[in-house]
Design a protein around this ligand. Sequence first.
Ligand code: NAG
Ligand code: NAG
Ligand code: NAG
Ligand code: NAG
Length: 332
Amino acid sequence: MFVIKHRNRRKFAFFCIISLTTLFLSYTYHDPSLYLLKLAFRQPSGDFPKGPCACTTCITQMDDDWFSEHFNQSIPPLLSKKNSLLTEDTYNWWQWLQREKDPANYSDVVQRLFELIPDEEWYIDSEPGRCRTCAVVGNSGNLKGSSYGARIDSHDFVIRMNHAPTLGYEDDVGSKTTHHLMYPESAKHLRNSTSLVLVPFKTLDLEWIISALTTGTITQTYVPVKSRIKANKDKVLVYNPTFFKYVYDTWLENHGRYPSTGFLALMFAIHICDEVSAYGFGADMKGNWHHYWENNPGAGAFRHTGVHDGDYEYNITMLLADKDKIKVFKGR
Ligand SMILES: *[C@@H]1O[C@H](CO)[C@@H](O)[C@H](O)[C@H]1NC(C)=O
Ligand SMILES: *[C@@H]1O[C@H](CO)[C@@H](O)[C@H](O)[C@H]1NC(C)=O
Ligand SMILES: *[C@@H]1O[C@H](CO)[C@@H](O)[C@H](O)[C@H]1NC(C)=O
Ligand SMILES: *[C@@H]1O[C@H](CO)[C@@H](O)[C@H](O)[C@H]1NC(C)=O
């Protein structure tokens, strides 16, 4: 009953092609990204649109207002020659931290530094196919007896800090270290496979790392320091003072005098990783603050130094956990 004559059929087909083409063109001209987006949604695997990374959850998924207001991916966490220039404001704040007298010329020191260590833009490789998991291991006594070792070592990056030992504590803290944050006064010898991440508080700290990897002439900052450091100089990284200030201003809203190394490490991780787990932060179950390698729960190693606002830092850490940006393992 629905018979179209041969001639009309040709006309009909022609009409169809024209209208489909018009529709397609107007659609893509109107908003080409919409068309590409629709294509992207139809991944062969996909019931779900692809996220910003290949992990189950991605830190950079901007699904929370508080997080989006704080998180700024355009500030490089690590120093390179290209990003090393500091604004006057940043330089003054940074130099004020430990009030170095007669600092050397910062740009000259940076110049010398990058003649010794690699000058690279690190970890700007974020893409939908990447899933980089990171463990940040703080030094809290709550790690003692936790048996987290194997779990910690299963991450792509394992980030530790300051004096943290692993030898003799492997069951609880693991043995792998890909990154170790330190400053001259908290320096520790490292394995060849570990990246030393210098957290500089003054120009002298940049001079110290140059010296400690070469001549060994600097033996003192405001206290005696290691004149030489065992570390792979091809893997030395430097925490960017601009990023340091961003952490203090934006994330801590200027609480405390400056952020603790633990908090700096956590912030470093959330900017270079896709998934972050934090171990060894905060007090132990009895409310004691001490280091996992010390048998002295009364020491109050961290919380009451008067330099860091440990309570505020812990609040922000827990807020990040509440919003599923990081996982916090509380130990015991
Ligand atoms: C992120 O940092 C850059 C560089 O400091 C700044 O220009 C930009 O406004 C910041 N973005 C947000 C959303 O704060
Ligand atoms: C530091 O040295 C550079 C040249 O390397 C010079 O242009 C600059 O003015 C110096 N800065 C200060 C504060 O002396
Ligand atoms: C450390 O690693 C570097 C490569 O980054 C290699 O050239 C060097 O020989 C290694 N040193 C030792 C002592 O294993
Ligand atoms: C931490 O958070 C709690 C609960 O939100 C709040 O009562 C407390 O004042 C906060 N502490 C600091 C130091 O901000």
